[in-house]
Write a protein that binds this ligand. Structure first.
Ligand SMILES: [Zn+2]
Length: 243
């Protein structure tokens, strides 16, 4: 099959499926202009005082909160980005009742911005932030538009922490078990914009026992041999065919 035939086949599977789950990685957001954490010129290769993996760790957050926030506000502010065609078409499929869930490794909140409701954010979200003392909720604007070097709770003065899974922190059990249940019960699973090498993406896909496994990625993945359809193209090119 050439690429055009593959994209037609994708369209046909989507038309015929009423229980679709989408599992997305960084590649979904790069088409909105958000840098991929792990790509050659992504976030992890940009210059900073410390390696990003160290800054984005729990122990660094606790020990060097001000440094953490300098980096965080500079590099992870997704408020200025907009959903792309993939986010928009996925929200539309959900509204039509065909798509049951979006599972994402991204923390930028762009699926919600596009209108998706049922989103499992494995690594948390910059849109949610909590006071470490009294647990009061704060939106992303409270962090990114905050002039103070460390955002503090306006009620108790406690430090506000993003609800993002940092290195050394575990994933949220409810989110993971919810994602597994959606994958295990899906008829069609679309895995997109991830090489499936990073935990927990690789493990979660193994729960799928439905009919159609579709992989859309620019490069090969370790699950290509198990998929019914593998498309090596940009996500926008593929999703634009959905009406
Ligand atoms: Zn508080």
């Amino acid at each position: 099959m050439d690429n055009i035939e593959k994209i037609n086949e994708f369209k046909k599977i989507i038309n015929d499926s009423n229980n679709i789950v989408f599992f997305g990685g960084a590649g979904v957001s790069t088409e909105s202009g958000i840098p991929d954490f792990r790509s050659k010129d992504g976030l992890y290769n940009q210059k900073y005082d410390f390696p990003p993996e160290e800054i984005l760790s729990h122990s660094f957050f606790i020990a060097h909160t001000e440094e953490f926030y300098k980096f965080y506000k500079d590099k992870l502010n997704s408020l200025k980005y907009n959903p792309n065609i993939t986010h928009i078409k996925l929200a539309k499929l959900e509204e039509e009742g065909k798509l049951k869930a979006v599972i994402t490794q991204n923390i930028d909140g762009l699926h919600q911005k596009a209108g998706s409701k049922n989103v499992y954010e494995l690594h948390g979200s910059v849109l949610r932030n909590y006071c470490m003392k009294c647990h009061k909720f704060f939106p992303a604007e409270y962090i990114f538009n905050n002039e103070a070097p460390i955002p503090k709770c306006d009620e108790c003065g406690g430090i506000v922490k993003p609800d993002v899974v940092l290195y050394e922190e575990g994933l949220d059990d409810m989110t993971v078990s919810g994602a597994i249940s959606k994958i295990a019960n899906a008829e069609t699973l679309i895995v997109a914009g991830t090489s499936l090498t990073v935990y927990p993406a690789s493990g979660l896909v193994r729960y799928f026992r439905g009919k159609n496994l579709i992989i859309i990625n620019k490069d090969i993945t370790s699950y290509d041999n198990l998929a019914n359809l593998v498309i090596n193209d940009s996500l926008g090119n593929v999703f634009k065919v959905i009406e």
